[in-house]
Design a protein around this ligand. Structure first.
Ligand code: NAD
Ligand code: FES
Length: 275
């Protein structure tokens, strides 16, 4: 049983929960994730570790309310308890000195990006960050990203803040002007696919963090399988981070859509009961 110790609303549909989890806080490394289950009948969903506090023994997760489980999670408050929490899962990000790196975060993908960008900065890299959201209200962790970045660029799809357009517009401008040693991109799959296509033309090493459907998170069920370099990999144990130029993004996007109908029905049922 894991207690929620603090809840914050970062935007109407983006919530942050700080959870009492001392063992995970002590062990987790940037790039790893957790799987939670709200109650006995709940589904298991993977969530990002956006921050951790070893002294307080807490971890913070930030998520977008998109379906039944994330909406239910977003309705919980300080003092509420989750049925279970597994983690830290997955392999940590490979943190080393690359030189000049660009960290690209789209929407709530900025949440896992923050700890990784911070670790890359601490390892002596020059960190250029680009964070984007649909609109300024959905832009998260701007202050935190600014603090750990040598340069920070902001984009919004509607032009309400920063560059009017996608993160990839800014990325294109930056990689044509200078030598970049590594790009790390986390966000919607379609964004990571676009980043991979762009950086491949310039032969820049690019890492993405994949978010397929997961069940056990320990390499047993195969739900999270992805094709990387022609081989089947399990995102939960072999990833979640992979070489972007080897990922079969089309297959991943098709698999992410597998349960759209069931997800819609589950959400409608939950909303009927809670309104
Ligand atoms: P979103 O749809 O609002 O997009 C965020 C930004 O991504 C946009 O503002 C834009 O700059 C960029 N983008 C979107 N489509 C693009 C395209 N076709 N080409 C180039 N850039 C594009 O994002 P959201 O609704 O906040 O969703 C975030 C996604 O990140 C979710 O799908 C979530 O599952 C995923 N996520 C991934 C991880 C991970 O570890 N991989 C962690 C957390 C969240
Ligand atoms: Fe089951 Fe990865 S979630 S193998």
């Amino acid at each position: 049983m894991c207690r929620i110790v603090a809840k914050k609303e970062l935007a109407p549909t983006v919530k942050s929960l700080t959870i009492d989890a001392p063992l995970i806080a002590k062990k987790a490394r940037p790039g790893q994730f957790i799987i939670i289950r709200i109650d006995e009948k709940g589904e298991r969903i993977p969530l990002t570790i956006a921050d951790l506090d070893v002294l307080q023994g807490t971890i913070t997760t930030i998520f977008l309310e998109v379906g039944k489980t994330t909406k239910h999670l977003g309705s919980l408050n300080d003092g509420d308890v989750l049925a279970d929490l597994a983690g830290p899962l997955g392999k940590p990000t490979e943190i080393k000195k690359y030189g000049k790196v660009i960290c690209v975060g789209g929407g709530v993908g900025v949440a896992p990006l923050y700890l990784e960008a911070k670790a890359l900065k601490d390892a002596g890299n020059k960190v250029i960050s680009i964070i984007g959201a649909r609109t300024k209200e959905l832009l998260i962790l701007e202050k935190e990203m600014r603090r750990i970045s040598d340069e920070l660029y902001i984009t919004t799809d509607d032009g309400s803040r920063g560059h009017h357009g996608f993160v990839t517009d800014v990325l294109q401008g930056l990689i044509t002007k200078q030598k970049i040693d590594m790009v790390l991109a986390i966000g919607p799959t379609v964004m990571m696919k676009a980043v991979a296509k762009m950086t491949k033309n310039y032969n820049i090493k690019t890492i993405v963090s994949l978010n397929p459907i997961m069940v056990d998170g320990t390499g047993m069920c195969g739900t999270c399988r992805v094709t990387v370099g022609g081989e089947t990999k399990f995102t939960c144990v072999d990833g979640p981070e992979f070489d972007a130029h080897l990922v079969d993004f089309e297959e991943l996007m098709n698999r992410q859509r597998t349960y759209l109908e069931e997800e819609k029905v589950a959400l409608e049922r939950w909303e009927r009961c809670h309104h």
